[in-house]
Design a protein around this ligand. Structure first.
Ligand code: ATP
Length: 389
């Protein structure tokens, strides 16, 4: 349909970027980037008429997005710069497309597939991206790429860990120079955080953190940001701890990683980082999770001999990742048993008594109700309630 429409509208459509990369790697990708030599917005509107879906148009940028059951299509306009003669059809000017692609991050993201009728399916490769893809190489496009946009450093690491690729020697050097130059320290605003999150979400934290450590990115974020042997050990046990809780919950693995790596930073440092990155309240909370609370709970649990209701009260306010973090840092069978007892059994125990039951016994609603219910719950947790009656 894109091909047919491009013929009708006399424009040249190109598929570019991550989708092409993933197509060649035979990896699924549902985000299509289309660059139209011609009027991208008109193209998107017509495509919308043919395919349906949800269209959003951004006239100021010459772009539009089309959501089609599960696929997301970004349509951009590459301005056509010359006509062969007045009123002629616009000619494809690869120079324009090439310029557009030169602004991208890595060669593997600059591949293009033509979708026009005459050249349908042709692979256009201005920067040797196909060769790098075959060799498994992450290569930046020019020497200032990481100075221009330091978040590309994290993107490079992301693609390297995701595909098991190597960061090419020159690119590796440029990253080190940029970091030394202080680009990470100078970064303000949330983009670095967004890329960091996206990097940690790849789920390959050991490799990722080796890169971050090796490039000196952690200590640029904060001078005392250095992972200890214990933190590396905790990171290596993440698979084990997730496995323990596997059947019970969906864990945000990246959040657990974040807890481990930020654990030794002071509150002030975390506050400063959160301010530098201009984090939202939700993001702040994720970065600044309740370490003290987890350590307090750890102390209590390690005393042992707690009644089930006491275990319940200690653990109920912690989220899944925090419970896992507690197990990670504890390295103790006693604590593990109590956390699993809570997770597998105690938290599922229902009080089964409501205010209605108390009213039925002849009492009027009041502050006592809460106390009654909490006492019933405590008794139930401690196995002292044998039947509903
Ligand atoms: P993912 O697979 O993680 O979604 P992606 O590269 O496929 O990554 P986006 O992150 O949405 O998808 O980026 C889309 C395209 O935009 C990329 O192919 C890349 O060429 C370009 N791009 C994204 N961020 C940058 C950046 N910081 N600098 C230059 N180009 C970028």
């Amino acid at each position: 349909q894109i091909r047919d429409l491009s013929e009708t509208l006399h424009v040249e459509p190109y598929l570019v970027g991550g989708f092409v990369r993933d197509l060649l790697l035979k990896r699924p990708n549902k985000d299509l980037d289309l660059v139209i030599e011609g009027d991208g917005i008109e193209f998107a509107r017509k495509l919308h008429q043919v395919l349906g879906g949800k269209l959003d148009v951004h006239p100021n940028f010459g772009t539009a997005t089309l959501d089609l059951n599960g696929f997301h299509l970004d349509v951009a306009t590459a301005r056509v710069e010359y006509y062969e003669y007045p009123a002629a059809l616009p000619q494809v000017k690869p120079g324009r497309l090439k310029q557009d692609l030169y602004r991208r991050d890595f060669t593997i993201n600059t591949l293009v597939i033509s979708l026009s009728k005459e050249k349908f399916g042709w692979l256009i490769d201005f920067f040797g991206g196909n060769e790098d893809l075959k060799k498994g190489i992450i290569r930046g496009l020019h020497s200032f790429t990481f100075i221009d946009d330091p978040t590309r450093i994290l993107r490079g690491i992301k693609f390297a860990v995701r595909f098991g690729f190597t960061i090419e020697e020159e690119t590796d050097l440029l990253i080190r120079q940029a970091v030394e130059h202080g680009v990470i320290k100078e970064l303000k605003g949330p983009r670095f955080w967004e890329e960091l999150k996206s990097l940690l979400m790849e789920g390959k934290e050991l490799k990722t953190l080796q890169y971050l450590d090796d490039y000196g990115i952690l200590r640029e974020i904060a001078p005392d940001f250095k992972l200890t042997d214990q933190q590396w050990k905790n990171l290596k046990r993440i698979d084990w701890v997730i496995q323990l809780f596997k059947d019970q919950c969906i864990v945000q693995r990246w959040l657990l990683v974040l807890m481990v790596i930020f654990a030794n930073l002071s509150k002030e440092t975390i506050e400063r980082i959160a301010n530098d990155w201009n984090l939202s309240l939700k993001d702040r909370a994720q970065l600044n999770f309740i370490h003290e609370e987890v350590y307090r709970v750890k102390e209590k649990l390690s005393e042992g001999k707690l009644r089930p209701s006491q275990i319940y009260n200690l653990l109920e306010s912690l989220g899944s990742e925090e419970l896992m973090y507690l197990v990670l840092i504890s390295d103790s069978q006693l604590i593990l048993d109590q956390v699993l007892e809570f997770y597998n059994r105690l938290r599922r125990i229902d009080v089964e008594v409501s205010g209605k039951d108390i009213i039925n016994l002849g009492f009027s609603p009041g502050p006592l109700f809460k106390e009654v219910i909490s006492k019933v719950k405590e008794a139930k947790l401690n196995g002292k309630v044998k039947s509903r009656e």
